[in-house]
Design a protein around this ligand. Structure first.
Ligand code: FRU
Length: 539
């Protein structure tokens, strides 16, 4: 072969590699159509979990589009995570419930689609909850084990293209692997075509099932009661209240012990809103109050129009809590969808799209005479901790790369205490590399903790993506504590043991792995820092 031929071969090879790359990037644009044979194609799709931006310890489906967590339930020793899913493509459509299970809340096993899109009735399986019917009140049980019941929204499309929504049931007697739709569906209808996202709990006080469900356009949730899950009686509604700039979705109502005191129970009503949340687009808000057995009464301290945000970042939405967690555990835990409807369909990941947040436990804590919802990463995550580096007290003045001290990477956890001293800003530059970095720090001028992703990496897919988000933060003994979780395409910051949380997606170059400690406008102090690289859950 002449040298010229060799050159062409190399060029051809180069062009074909380039074309392969382009076709991968365009995969998301391929038209998505219903094909019954492909419903479970995710189970044996070839994926490496090493793809660009693939989270290493956050749940993602193997392939295709995901949104809200659904039917979080603990059943027969396993945590179940169902979620909104398009079995056929990497954008929203053909809503089905996909399924994953875990024994430790950390490692997830992908399972077949649990409730697929109903082609006959053009029924989208929208969001909802799941419960264990211990006493077989529904009659769906077969006498061998308690049935696992999904309560979801049927999103029907009529032949003329118009849609309406109602609440439906499906039950499983094989551990959540397959579900049978109740022949009497839907079990609850209402005059508003937008009526969705039911969550059902067993109310100890009245000894009946209670459903909370959203009327998105009316900024209301409604409460219904039932003895058998099939017939529902209207109890009351709540709202408009708090943030009403967008529609209300995915409500959840649950009790929590204030400061861990079982004799002081308050109720949390969590209702999400889209768009118009604190960081733009979709976001999480909650109310604290009393559940009387028939209605939710928000505490008076929440004056009209006041909003309590559940997360100050852009990417925490549609969180619901696990039901049926054993009493001896007693925790209330959730995950949220780590994405935002502002750009959800555009984020640059394939062959899957969207991730769940890390699982968090939720607590009510009194701070300065006010009861607040606190979120903490679940302790189970500590099994992922790998190499560990500790830094002692030191002064922070200007910028100092920590790579030489063994602190760098793409998936890690940092626990840091900062004393702002006379600086204006003090913090860390994460996933730092050529011309990019994600800033996490304390802003002493405004008294906030912030995540700044304005130069965090790829952001050309959406105009509003490059932004900074701030959360109010107090200094405790002159210091602020940050617990930070970084993954291949996200950062979650827990401020002062969870008093505020900021959850953001970022899309840094895989080479960007530096961690830089910095202060601006003066000197600050590092009171202590612990760093752990985190193992992947997908090995
Ligand atoms: C929230 C939501 C829900 C709905 C689901 C549809 O993200 O809009 O209200 O049930 O997504 O996929």
């Amino acid at each position: 072969m002449t040298p010229l031929n060799n050159g062409w071969i190399i060029r051809l090879l180069f062009i074909s590699i380039l074309m392969l790359h382009v076709s991968c990037d365009r995969e998301a644009e391929v038209e998505v159509t219903y094909d019954e044979n492909l419903i479970n194609q995710h189970m044996d799709a070839e994926v490496t979990f090493q793809e660009r931006y693939r989270p290493q310890y956050h749940y993602t489906p193997r392939i295709n589009w995901m949104n809200d967590p659904n039917g979080l339930v603990y059943y027969e020793g396993k945590y179940h995570l169902f979620h909104q899913y398009n079995p056929f493509g990497n954008t929203w459509g053909y809503m089905s419930w996909n399924h994953a299970v875990s024994e430790d809340l950390v490692h997830w096993e992908h399972r077949p689609v649990a409730i697929p899109y109903g082609k006959e009735e053009e029924e989208g399986i929208f969001s909802g909850g799941a419960l264990v019917d211990h006493n077989n009140t529904s009659g769906f049980g077969d006498g061998t084990r308690a049935p696992l019941i999904a309560v979801y929204t049927s999103h029907y499309t009529r032949p003329d293209g118009s849609t309406w929504q109602a609440q439906s049931l499906a039950y499983s007697i094989d551990g959540g692997e397959t579900f049978t739709k109740y022949e009497g569906n839907p079990v609850l209808e209402y005059e508003d075509p937008d009526f969705r996202d039911p969550n059902v709990m067993w109310d100890e006080k009245t000894e009946q099932w209670v459903m909370v469900v959203a009327l998105p356009q009316q900024h209301k949730v409604q409460f219904y009661a039932s003895d058998n899950l099939k017939e529902w009686e209207f109890l009351s509604d709540f709202g408009p209240a708090g943030a009403v700039g967008g529609i209300w979705e995915c409500p959840d109502l649950f009790p929590l012990a204030v400061d861990g005191d079982p004799n002081n129970i308050r109720w949390v009503l969590h209702v999400d809103m889209n768009p118009g949340a604190i960081a733009g687009g979709s976001g999480s808000q909650y109310f604290i109050g009393e559940w009387t057995g028939t209605e939710f009464i928000a505490d008076e301290t929440i004056s009209d129009g006041e909003v309590i945000w559940g997360d100050y970042g852009t990417d925490f939405y549609a969180a619901i809590t696990w039901t049926d967690i054993p009493e001896e555990d007693g925790r209330r835990m959730w995950v949220g969808w780590m994405n935002n409807w502002n750009y959800a369909n555009e984020i640059p990941t394939h062959p899957w799209r969207s991730a769940m947040s890390i699982p968090r436990s939720i607590h009510l804590i009194t701070i300065d005479d006010e009861i607040k919802v606190i979120q903490r990463p679940v302790e189970e995550l500590q099994v992922l901790r790998d190499s560990h580096v500790s830094l002692n007290n030191s002064e922070i003045s200007g910028a100092r790369s920590l790579a030489g001290e063994g602190i760098s990477g793409k998936a890690y956890e940092i626990l840091v205490e900062l004393d702002p001293g006379d600086s204006e800003t003090v913090g860390l530059k994460l996933r730092a590399g050529d011309d990019e970095e994600t800033l996490v720090g304390y802003d002493a001028v405004n008294g906030t903790v912030f995540v700044d992703r304005t130069h965090s990496g790829q952001d050309d897919f959406n105009d509003g993506f490059a932004q900074r988000n701030d959360a109010p933060a107090r200094l405790i003994d002159g210091k602020v504590k940050l617990h930070i979780f970084v993954d291949w395409s996200s950062v979650e910051v827990f401020v002062n043991d969870g008093e505020a949380v900021i959850t953001n997606r970022i899309f840094p170059d895989p080479e960007s792995s530096d961690v830089i400690l910095f202060s601006e406008g003066g000197n600050a102090g590092l009171a202590g820092l612990d760093f752990w690289s985190l193992k992947s859950i997908w090995n």
